[in-house]
Design a binder for this molecule. Structure first.
Ligand SMILES: *Cc1c(COP(=O)(O)O)cnc(C)c1O
Length: 397
């Protein structure tokens, strides 16, 4: 059994804060603070440029990729880190489209994260080959698969509502019509047990600063199925994805397998933080985490539903159809969230009316959930949100 008291002690959580936003930015693992300081002082500070070899900076994207792979069911050598998630979406999509010449449709759903859709639009415009982005309601995806679809591109867990797609079933359906599948695991990696290899995902991408706790600006990851990795032509053909970067060959030749999905210089300080953050997972069983997440989510839903009749549950009631977040709708949701944050309960708000709460068992327990529900009840019952200061929108909501 995973000891969640022990994992909680591995994080720095400010006094008086109940942190229900680990789905957006994970908190600071205590070891990351020391690891980053050591990387700055002992590696950058002392080794200077020799750190690329001596401290293994150049191999970090692959080494840490393997550790993330272990959390998502990807075999060693099939995941690499770098860039941001939006860029990895673009790369995966461009590579997939090239593998399905003649097919013109990118199929996605209306709940997908806008950046994923924007990247698709930008790629389509740049290619100028009459591709079309088709977005349908999440429950209509399977019905819209056809032999026109080149790529099915979905985010497994909806960032607003927490609704979870049936990944394995949709992959089977997409493959049955000859389409490739790209999964965005932004809200899955570090939140749910999963097996991208067994499910036969063609590509998977995700970020590390949410449930994997690598810190603001942490690098993204990309998985390419081992049987495709040597076939994909990488869009964004940067020098570190070249077969021999230090040959400084004027012509591009893709590196072996997943190496070709690298682009440029890795973010070494962020990698150091990620390395320490990944140590936390050594003592965690993913199924234990999932069970605990469901238990805490059910408790939160029951408590909030009972205490706050003004709010409407936006997440599926069936825990098997949810990721690891719980969302409620309320017209003045933004002000409610500001009132909560002022009282130490940190979640976030997504337009137009979603109050979002990340349920992260690594550092959140039943007492936190109970207390957060009580504070939310106070805010709602006494209309503590209804004050001008809480209605001024910041740049990040
Ligand atoms: C968080 C998130 C992103 C963010 O992309 P970045 O390039 O890292 O800013 C993209 N897609 C989804 C589905 C997300 O949840």
């Amino acid at each position: 059994m995973t000891d969640f008291q022990a994992t909680k002690a591995l994080f720095h959580l400010p006094d008086g804060v109940i942190y229900l936003d680990g789905n957006s930015l994970g908190p600071l693992p205590k070891a990351a603070q020391a690891r980053v300081a050591a990387c700055v002082q002992d590696e950058w500070g002392q080794m200077l440029i020799t750190g690329w070899n001596k401290a293994g900076w150049m191999d970090q994207p692959r080494r840490l990729g393997d550790r993330i792979g272990a959390l998502i069911g990807a075999p060693a050598g099939s995941v690499v880190l770098g860039d941001t998630l939006s860029i990895k979406v673009y790369q995966a999509l461009a590579s997939a489209l090239q593998m399905r010449p003649g097919r013109k449709v990118i199929l996605s759903d209306t709940g997908n994260f806008p950046s994923d859709l924007y990247m698709a639009e930008g790629l389509i415009a740049g290619l100028d080959q009459d591709h079309r982005l088709v977005t349908v309601a999440p429950d209509q995806v399977a019905a819209h698969l056809s032999d026109e679809v080149a790529v099915l591109m979905l985010t497994e867990v909806d960032y607003r509502t927490g609704r979870k797609h049936d990944m394995a079933a949709l992959i089977r359906a997409a493959h049955a019509v000859g389409a490739l599948v790209i999964w965005d695991l932004a809200h899955s990696a570090g939140a749910l047990p999963m097996d991208v290899l067994a499910a036969q995902a063609d590509f998977a991408v995700g970020c590390t600063y949410k449930y994997l706790n690598s810190g603001p600006g942490g690098p993204a990851f990309i998985y390419v199925a081992p049987d495709l990795a040597d076939q994909v032509r990488p869009a964004l053909s940067g020098w570190l994805g070249h077969a021999a970067p230090f040959a400084f060959d004027p012509d591009y030749r893709p590196g072996a397998g997943i190496e070709r999905m690298r682009v440029g210089t890795p973010p070494v300080l962020q990698m150091a933080a990620l390395e320490a953050a990944l140590d936390v997972w050594e003592s965690v069983d993913m199924q234990d985490l999932r069970d605990r997440s469901i238990e805490l989510s059910e408790l939160f839903i029951a408590e909030v539903t009972r205490r706050c009749p003004q709010l409407t549950l936006a997440s599926p009631t069936d825990p098997q159809q949810r990721g690891s977040q719980v969302s409620f709708r309320f017209a003045d949701g933004y002000a409610v969230m500001q009132a909560l944050i002022a009282r130490g309960v940190i979640g976030d708000f997504r337009a137009p009316d979603i109050l979002r709460f990340g349920i992260t068992p690594l550092y959140i327990g039943a007492d936190d959930i109970q207390r957060a529900a009580e504070i939310l009840e106070d805010v709602m019952t006494n209309r503590l949100w209804d004050t001008p200061a809480y209605k001024i929108r910041s740049a990040v909501t």
